[in-house]
Design a protein around this ligand. Structure first.
Ligand SMILES: Cc1cc2nc3c(=O)[nH]c(=O)nc-3n(C[C@H](O)[C@H](O)[C@H](O)COP(=O)(O)OP(=O)(O)OC[C@H]3O[C@@H](n4cnc5c(N)ncnc54)[C@H](O)[C@@H]3O)c2cc1C
Length: 397
């Protein structure tokens, strides 16, 4: 039975992470205004996560399963994304924490995981002509002796500047559709690889987003994840399905970023309204409550529903049960509340919500991306419909 309550030690870890995470708050504006500067390894006044590590040693095998625990930490109340430095405005910079690392874990061979597991890897799928429709990618990989030769352009690579390398999707047989798509590790020093630019963005400005080009870029033959060079007939591909499974791990994580922004905005609005004497009075009946009270209750309920959907998807992943449907549900829900809750908070707060002195407008801008990357809200709803109705991706597009 699903149980998302944290064990005592996990609650202690969470509380400590929130404390430490919030010690970076003072710097959030600086690194947004100077988005092309990278924050140093340790910010001034930042407390280190080494304060947390000793507590990890006290965890027992029957404590909260790991991904459920990590998600609970990222959406903990009061931290607005406590695991991530600077109020969730910078993505984690630790080793092995990129989206490409999740791909390596779900599609790499045991040998590849052992060899590259400590690298910081980005994930590079999107192209100028292929976004939601990932099977439309046109980057190619051609075998030449003991090397793959990669040609194509990629855009919107999260962590693409500071990573050690990226897991790059390319087709080895365009005529085979998705069966021809494979993923490759391309290290930053590969000949023919170029970092074209770093994007300027609406939000998450302390997270770098890069564009890449590959011109006769050469990488060793054993850099294909999973080492399966076959192209199955009839469209199906275990390799493609393998890398798609990555999303079942990463979608809850991305959704949690959106939920964290929603909670931050809701908590701020609740606290500011309370200062003016406006708070939900639970003793009143529905008919007696003000419109503002009613709005706050709806916001709380939506945020809690999104929280539970993230924990559910993560827990299924932890107990090794299929979570394709649930990871899309939580991504759709997380992507919704990160837009609607900061927007509603701004409506309740009026002019102060656009001020640079508070983080509310920032939650709105930073949250927006959670409904775009790792599959837009529309695409999640499409996947949910396919799963519930039993249609394939060819039947329901
Ligand atoms: C800041 C940022 C970071 C990113 N990081 C990465 C990364 O690390 N790696 C990576 O590979 N990509 C990354 N992306 C790319 C991201 O995943 C894509 O932008 C996203 O998948 C949408 O693709 P698109 O932008 O081409 O939009 P499109 O696919 O062109 O979609 C445009 C609109 O049409 C809708 N739409 C499309 N198809 C359908 C359909 N079948 N039914 C209904 N509606 C549909 C979409 O929902 C959207 O509203 C990032 C993007 C951004 C902005």
């Amino acid at each position: 039975m699903a149980d998302f309550r944290l064990s005592d030690i996990d609650q202690q870890i969470l509380d400590k992470v929130v404390e430490v995470g919030n010690s970076t708050t003072a710097h959030t504006r600086y690194y947004e205004d100077h988005e092309h500067e990278f924050p140093p390894a340790r910010l001034e006044g930042e407390r280190g996560f080494e304060e947390v590590f000793p507590l990890f040693g006290q965890r027992k095998p029957d404590d909260t399963p790991m991904m459920t625990f990590m998600m609970a930490v990222s959406i903990a109340r009061g931290s607005t994304n406590g695991v991530v430095r600077g109020l969730g405005l910078a993505m984690p910079q630790g080793r092995a924490s990129g989206l490409g690392n999740a791909a390596l874990q779900s599609a790499g061979t045991a040998e590849q995981k052992a060899k590259w597991g400590n690298l910081f890897l980005a994930m590079s799928i999107t192209e100028p002509g292929a976004g939601s429709d990932t099977k439309a990618i046109s980057t190619t990989a051609r075998l030449d002796g003991e090397e793959w030769v990669i040609n194509g352009d990629k855009i919107f690579v999260t962590d693409g500047v500071r990573c050690d390398g990226a897991i790059v999707w390319a087709t080895i047989d365009k005529s085979a559709g998705r069966a021809g798509i494979k993923s490759f590790l391309v290290l930053r020093d590969a000949p023919g690889f170029e970092l074209v630019r770093k994007e300027k963005k609406l939000g998450i400005r302390a997270s770098d987003t890069a564009a890449y080009s590959f011109r006769d870029c050469r990488i060793p033959r054993d850099h294909m994840l999973g080492d399966d060079e076959t192209v199955p007939k009839g469209g199906g591909s275990a390799a493609y399905k393998g890398v798609m499974k990555t999303f079942n791990m990463t979608r809850p994580a991305v959704a949690s970023g959106g939920v964290a922004k929603a909670k931050g905005a809701l908590d701020f609005a609740t606290a500011e309204l309370a200062k003016e004497g406006v708070a939900v009075d639970w003793s009143k009946s529905f008919n007696q409550r003000s419109a503002v009270e009613q709005k706050l209750i709806e916001m709380e309920a939506d945020t809690e529903a999104a929280t539970l959907s993230v924990l559910h998807a993560a827990w299924l992943n932890d107990v090794r049960k299929p979570n394709n449907l649930e990871s899309s549900i939580c991504k759709a829900k997380g992507g919704e509340v990160c837009r609607t809750i900061p927007q509603a908070a701004m409506e309740l707060l009026g002019g102060m919500s656009v001020s640079h002195d508070h983080l509310v407008e920032k939650y709105l801008r930073d949250g927006r991306i959670s409904d775009i990357y790792e599959g837009t809200g529309q695409i999640q709803r499409l996947i949910i419909a396919r799963e519930i109705l039993g249609y394939s991706s060819e039947e329901l597009t």
